[in-house]
Write a protein that binds this ligand. Structure first.
Ligand code: FAD
Ligand code: SF4
Ligand code: SF4
Length: 403
């Protein structure tokens, strides 16, 4: 009997972030309104989707006979994974592909960012709380960050965990479970939000975190749409309680060795992890953190830039911040990749330095432009981009998070 090591996604943990579907080089992953699922006949076990999955939901395998492989329709209907059938039914010699090593050895270009954290990153806690067993947080504050006249409504939301253990690191994210049910009657799935606070709390020494949330009022095509979770979060009041899952993320983490430099490139709410890392370094400046910080931060207008005020107040010797605006009347459009190119003389030597760690976060559309700009800058400085690219990824020094 031909056996198959069938790749499955755990619907109880999956937060429907679409990362796996975008990553899979074989179009083996699809979804409906309920679940993300894997096409058994298409998946070749290449493992490209496993490291980027923020929850680990993707890393499930069941040994079944080929004739009994779970169909797409069966997977769409699941609320939980089926258990593994008895070992007597399992085929001998069917091996689970070995994930990370395979990817790194294959030289695959599919996994665009690094699949490993920086060598000196602290060890993160992940998946402590799940959709079935979430943590409860209390809203300690909810402030609009963007100017009232600005088109985009971005909030800074502080959540307090009281005496609940909820350890986080800069660059990690959490999931928020909106109350209520989707039109199909099922509970809403959790949405993911990057943390904007350093590990020692939004307020130093407190068991709290902060989020940078943009109220979604239009879909990606510009049509009116009321985003379920972002509107729920932006409307929360001080004292409200909410269900939180996570923390997530074990690679987009900051280095801790003193000489490490952070090259941070972000747009909009992608500022959240950059704020977390910057604040951590600011708080610990006196603890020997000698590395430098360079930030490229893009928004349509200055009014739409979260954390604009505090950022411009930080001394240049601590952080070299370059702000790029794409919709200021009377001024040419300037995107983060334009700013990077203009600062090639400063960025080039950083790319040659193995202490440099690059973080890109924000709108999906920025990724390609930013990577092309980095490539061009490397080449202008006589660096072999393929080599730089490979080193950055292998050494956990290039991290991308776009949504
Ligand atoms: C790793 C990761 C980190 C994230 N971090 C943040 C963060 O720090 N801050 C933040 O605000 N969001 C962040 N997001 C996005 C967030 O998870 C939600 O997708 C977003 O808030 C929309 O959820 P919603 O429930 O309001 O909209 P939904 O009800 O899920 O969607 C409503 C409609 O809006 C569209 N839509 C969804 N998101 C957007 C968007 N951003 N812009 C325009 N249209 C959209 C959908 O396609 C749909 O048509 C992150 C996502 C990922 C994967
Ligand atoms: S949580 Fe993992 S399995 Fe679910 S959609 Fe995201 S990447 Fe895919
Ligand atoms: S293992 Fe490879 S082929 Fe299978 S779903 Fe993941 S990325 Fe796609």
């Amino acid at each position: 009997m031909a056996m198959l090591n069938q790749h499955l996604i755990d619907p109880q943990i999956c937060i429907r972030c679409n990362t796996c579907e975008e990553t899979c080089p074989n179009d083996a992953i699809t979804h409906d309104a309920n679940n993300y699922v894997v096409k058994a006949q298409v998946c070749n076990g290449c493992m490209a989707c496993v490291p980027p999955c923020p929850t680990g939901a993707i890393d499930n395998w069941r040994q079944v006979s080929e004739a009994d492989a779970y169909s797409i329709d069966a997977q769409f209907a699941w609320d939980e994974l089926p258990s593994q059938q008895s070992t007597a039914q399992q085929g001998a010699g069917v091996s689970v592909p070995h994930r990370l090593e395979h990817l790194l050895d294959s030289g695959s270009d599919v996994l665009r960012g690094a699949s490993a954290p920086p060598w000196s990153a602290a060890r993160p806690h992940v998946n402590l709380y799940t959709q079935n067993a979430p943590a409860t947080a209390v809203v300690a504050g909810n402030y609009r960050l963007t100017n009232e006249t600005a088109d985009s409504d971005i909030h800074h939301i502080v959540l307090d965990f009281g005496t609940t253990f909820f350890p986080v690191l800069e660059g990690q994210s959490i999931g928020v479970v909106p109350p209520g049910a989707a039109p199909n009657g099922r509970p809403y799935h959790a949405r993911q939000y990057s943390l904007a606070n350093p590990r020692d709390g939004e307020r130093r020494g407190c068991n709290n975190v902060s989020l940078t949330v943009k109220r979604v009022i239009r879909d990606h095509d510009g049509n009116p749409a009321r985003g379920v979770c972002s509107n729920y979060l932006c409307d929360l009041r001080k004292g409200d309680r909410l269900a939180v899952i996570g923390p997530f993320g074990s690679t987009f983490l900051m280095p801790n060795h003193p000489g490490s430099h952070l090259l941070m490139i972000c747009t909009g709410t992608g500022a959240a992890p950059m704020r977390a890392m910057t604040e951590y370094r600011r708080r610990h400046q006196c603890d020997g953190a000698a590395g430098r910080l360079m930030l490229f931060f893009g928004a349509r207008t200055p009014q739409e830039l979260p954390y604009f005020g505090p950022l411009t107040n930080l001394p240049k010797g601590f952080i070299d911040a370059d702000l790029a605006f794409s919709r200021v009347p009377g001024r040419p459009k300037r995107y983060v990749q334009d700013a990077l190119r203009e600062r090639a003389a400063d960025v080039g030597p950083w790319l040659a330095d193995r202490n440099t760690h690059v973080y890109v976060c924000g709108l999906k559309g920025m990724e390609e432009g930013v990577l092309l700009a980095l490539r061009d800058i490397a080449q202008r400085h006589g660096l072999d981009w393929q080599r730089v690219w490979a080193d950055l990824r292998r050494e956990g020094r290039l991290h991308l998070e776009t949504y």
